[in-house]
Write a protein that binds this ligand. Sequence first.
Ligand code: ATP
Length: 553
Amino acid sequence: MIYGSMADSNAGAGKMEKIVALCKRRGFIFQSSEIYGGLNGAWDYGPLGVELKRNLKDYWWRSMTQLRDDIVGFDGSILMNRAVWQASGHEATFSDPMVACKQCRKLFRADQVWPAIEQSDWYDALAEMFALGQLDTLNLKKWAETKGRRDAPNLALVRNLPVTLSWLSEKVQADGGLSKLSVKEFIQYLATEQFAQTGLITPCPHCGGELSEPRAFNLMFKTYIGATQDESSITYLRPETAQAMFVQFKNVLDTTQKKLPFGIAQIGKAFRNEINPRNFTFRSREFEQMEVEFFVKPGTGPEWLEKWREERLSWYESIGIPRAKIHVLTVPDKDRAFYSQGTYDLEYEFPFGVQELEGIAHRGNYDLKQHAEHSKKPLEYFDEETKQKYLPEVVEPSAGVDRTVLALLCEAFDEETIKDDESGKEEVRTVLRFSPRMAPIKAAVFPLLKNKPELVAKAREIYGALQPLMKVAYADTAAIGRRYRRFDEIGTPFGITVDFETLEGAKEACTSATGAPIAAGEKDTVTLRHRDSMKQERIAIGDLFSWLLMKVA
Ligand code: ATP
């Protein structure tokens, strides 16, 4: 019996902590190199995580290259000639402005400093003091000598209390009093020991120290090819999969004789030396992308951009991410990549905020033009109809595998209070409500009792018959209720239990899960238990396989 969902306790950070813990506990995602203290920004997918990720990638691949006539698949190398990155502009411009703390030396992406400050251990108490107007010297002194000393030892207020307090009151008065300040400015005042020539200082989120001016930081991982490590052997781990598809455009075109509009699809690893990897797998240094470069006739880019936006929104719906949870951001001119003529970001409501899942960009003919110029090889398309040669425009839907896996986990995670049918006690049921299409394990087969050879033999037989068709599990330890719960927690949509009615015949007539009648006394039926509703019904073993296949297709 279900009493209710625990929606309130599943908001924000609390929910994320539970998801991270579940991922580790049940083998979805582990920290990379964990026994050596980990490696920031890298993650390993465990036995269940890899199934989930594979289901996602396989389904994307099928949607793009099998169910459509106008896209072909491709798998490029991760290491490419350095000239590719020079032509694409990555070597010169693939960078984020970055700031460093002069005291603790930590690095932050300039645009992420304030969000990091707001999440820091020391911010909340100060912001609350500010909101309540409790900003007298005594309160600030008390904070600086306790929490401040512990969590923000390099904040000017903590390092040099009397000086900061005295110029603060002077300065704030001169600026028209505290009521004129925003909380940001207030924090900056506390970070500025004395009014520097440059004005107010923004403090380091980690220790409260002074941050440097922003400087460009290239996100590509540099490496060397061959035995000598000099300028001539430099290349990079690819920061996106796209470029290989542009540089092989002509080969793909010539070998497939595709006509515009057509696309090339690829799934593969990408690497970015992110300054602050964070939010579990959301921002990693090694991740996978699923990208399509869709080549279209000049002038038709804008209309294809719209088509792809719709296409991708319904695709997310088909994997269990509702449209209402995806926000479409029209990226403003000033924030778009320099080559883009229009970009939509599809953003998902993650527990830590609304954040990008996929970018869909109209890249014009920028990439093909660059590669044609730098390689001095013609990359034009010959239009049979008009007898003209031209460079096509490109629309690129670029999705993150890891971010989508994370969105699937966040969307699926649920907790509810239920009453255990056997013990009558209340308990919390954790359930991952994956769509059957995405679920790592589609069904679990159980003999009701482990010590009844006839039950075990029949369950093993069903399990063996299902194995070639889909990923299934077999479990015979613990009470059946406990087994159901274990599989709920990893998102297995169906439980198949071989019980005494399977062997001896159904106790009473009923309707099968397929809608067909089951007669009293009919043998070879099993209990089919549904993860989400916990409803149980019977189904003939002969109907089970096609029924399951239809559900997980
Ligand atoms: P962000 O603004 O979050 O850094 P981006 O706009 O740089 O992302 P794109 O270059 O458009 O990202 O890459 C396409 C997709 O690749 C993103 O929508 C995202 O799903 C994925 N992606 C990009 N960077 C990362 C990362 N560091 N970790 C995980 N996935 C990423």
